[in-house]
Design a protein around this ligand. Sequence first.
Ligand SMILES: NC(=O)c1ccc[n+]([C@@H]2O[C@H](COP(=O)([O-])OP(=O)(O)OC[C@H]3O[C@@H](n4cnc5c(N)ncnc54)[C@H](OP(=O)(O)O)[C@@H]3O)[C@@H](O)[C@H]2O)c1
Length: 310
Amino acid sequence: MTRTIKLADGKSIPALQWGNGSGGLNGKHDPALEYGITALKAGVKAIDTAELYKTEVATGEAIKQVGAKKADIWVTTKTHPDYCSAVPPTPEAVRANVQDRLSKLGFKPDLLLIHNPFVIEGLKIAQFWTALEDLVLDGTLEGVSLGVSNFRPQDLEAVLSVARIKPVVNQLEYHPYVLTHLQPVLDIQAKHGIVTEAFGPLTPILRHPTGGPIKPILERIAERLSKETGKKVDTAAVLLLWTVGKGVVAVTTSTKENNIKKIVQVDNELPDLTKEEIDEIESAGRKIHFRYYAEHMSKDFPAPNLPEDL
Ligand SMILES: NC(=O)c1ccc[n+]([C@@H]2O[C@H](COP(=O)([O-])OP(=O)(O)OC[C@H]3O[C@@H](n4cnc5c(N)ncnc54)[C@H](OP(=O)(O)O)[C@@H]3O)[C@@H](O)[C@H]2O)c1
């Protein structure tokens, strides 16, 4: 079974995804190709790439080389307004940028995101959105879902105030330790049916100095699942199950075959967490604030007055 999440435009997006923008893959064609092939062979059904990562060609190549049907693999890419040829980007420059995405991938992505709202001075992010919508409406991006990434409340409001097509997702650093900060964003998204995609979902166990208050809870649940399933379930798997249990798409990655297989195992072989477990992780996580990708979401969106650890 591949877990999916329904988007507002009716598509079903794979809930567990493998990205080639971190873990040493960002900007590197050959490793992104090699590990993309490993991931697809292991059973990964969705790849997250971006103009910024310079891994779109590798993404298309990996799908071709394993002989997968494009229709069976979900691909998300991201356009970066700063890279448009005109400053600030004109509709023609946005069109040229998007056509470059299609030609680098070798096909239309399933989902195209604006990577970041922090764009060239003078550009209104809403104008960029309008230019993308025009490309959907004139058929250039027919069938492609549109979304955003790293959008704060004010960025979402700016786009929603002009949107003829609402963004279907906002891709954010998302895990229990940023939930309190993200609440205003999540409230807007709930109102408009915008699904959250989590990047950095493993931050609490990988990047927080101690693991913080959710660590013992994750360990206890990992032990329960290991006993009940007879498989070795780690705390990374529990965090990914928590993420999808929240109705959020988990965008993780690995360049270790064993860990890549575990991502697929989470999807295909492990049961959902109970509601009580999901709530317990959430309420412990909300008590602290710890963000790894500090360059995102921090400007003009004050962090809550919470400790980084308890
Ligand atoms: N929109 C944005 O601005 C943005 C920003 C950042 C990232 N992203 C996207 O999100 C993707 C994932 O981001 P992320 O790297 O921050 O995600 P993450 O899931 O928090 O961390 C991924 C790291 O977890 C490790 N890992 C995987 N499985 C593990 C396991 N079972 N046990 C222990 N460690 C494990 C991997 O290392 P090993 O290789 O050692 O397994 C990998 O480097 C990126 O590749 C990119 O596509 C988007």
